[in-house]
Write a protein that binds this ligand. Structure first.
Ligand code: CAA
Length: 248
């Protein structure tokens, strides 16, 4: 990167993939702000990053499913570090079960956390991006938003919806120096996939052409690529990183 690195807000920054993204972006010189949900975990997480020499990572505890809280969080980031130039939407949860057993709460929680939050964060950073004539938004979706998944109607709907938002916002901001892209990871070795019962997890692994789960760092390097100032011609795209499990 040649110019001054912007502020990068990574929602879900303390999670499995989020951590790798924060660290990769911090190494590239961004001022990283990691979103979190659990304050205790986040405090410990930040200490770990500091211990490993990452001074340019900070935390934001904004509640992403609450629009006003999100707005306040963006204001706080702007006051401390400057306007958000790169937004990486990586916050996400699963509530896996078949639709016939899924409660309205399980549906709503996932749609709120994985999709409505993306409206909130994008809407709250957009004015600053428009004003500065520069912005990068990377929405972390999923292979299962591309192909569906047994037991994930809520998650797949949210993740597919995310790309609809990406393509629409990309068109609305294309002449303004802002790019908006989706990155769809396959099964990545994080705590999230450890929640899948072992037998099912193993059969999923067998079905991946490269015969292994992905590493969070393999997602992080692609986020850095999409976030780069020199990636200005890539917008409205979806990048699949899934070991060949789905080739859409
Ligand atoms: N295809 C077809 N049938 C399946 C199946 C599948 N993939 N998985 C299970 N079944 C069958 C079961 O064998 C069972 O059949 P019988 O009734 O004949 O025995 C039936 O469907 C119902 O199964 P369950 O009663 O176990 O259903 P459940 O609701 O209790 O559990 C489940 C189902 C929790 C969804 C479980 O199948 C599961 O965990 N699947 C994996 C879901 C998954 O891939 N999640 C991804 C999490 S990681 C992530 O989300 C990150 C990312 O972006 C990739």
């Amino acid at each position: 990167m040649t110019q001054t690195a912007p502020v990068a807000w990574v929602t879900g920054g303390t999670g499995g993939i989020g951590t790798a993204i924060c660290r990769a972006m911090a190494k590239e010189g961004y001022q990283v702000v990691a979103g979190y949900h659990n304050p205790e975990k986040a405090k410990h997480w930040l200490e770990e990053q500091r211990a490993e020499g990452f001074e340019n990572i900070a935390l934001s505890g904004a509640n992403l499913i609450d629009y006003e809280d999100c707005e306040a969080g963006v204001r706080e980031i702007r006051d401390k570090f400057g306007p958000v130039g790169v937004l990486v939407n990586c916050a996400g949860i699963t509530r896996d079960t078949t639709l016939k057993k899924m409660s309205p709460e399980q549906w709503g929680e996932v749609i709120n956390c994985n999709l409505n939050s993306v409206f909130n964060t994008c809407r709250c950073v957009l004015e600053d991006m428009l004003e500065s004539g520069y912005g990068r938004i990377v929405n972390i979706s999923s292979i299962n938003g591309r192909k569906g998944q047994f037991g994930q109607a809520n998650y797949a709907a949210a993740k597919a919806g995310m790309h609809g938002l990406t393509m629409s916002l990309a068109q609305e901001t294309a002449t303004k120096g802002i790019t908006v892209n989706t990155l769809s990871p396959g099964y990545i070795a994080t705590d999230m996939i450890m929640k899948i019962p072992e037998k099912i997890r193993e059969s999923i692994r067998e079905g991946i052409p490269v015969k292994r789960f992905g590493e969070p760092e393999e997602i992080a390097r692609a986020v850095c690529f999409l976030a780069d100032r020199d990636s200005g011609f890539i917008t409205g795209a979806n990048l699949d990183i899934n070991g060949g499990q789905f080739m859409g």
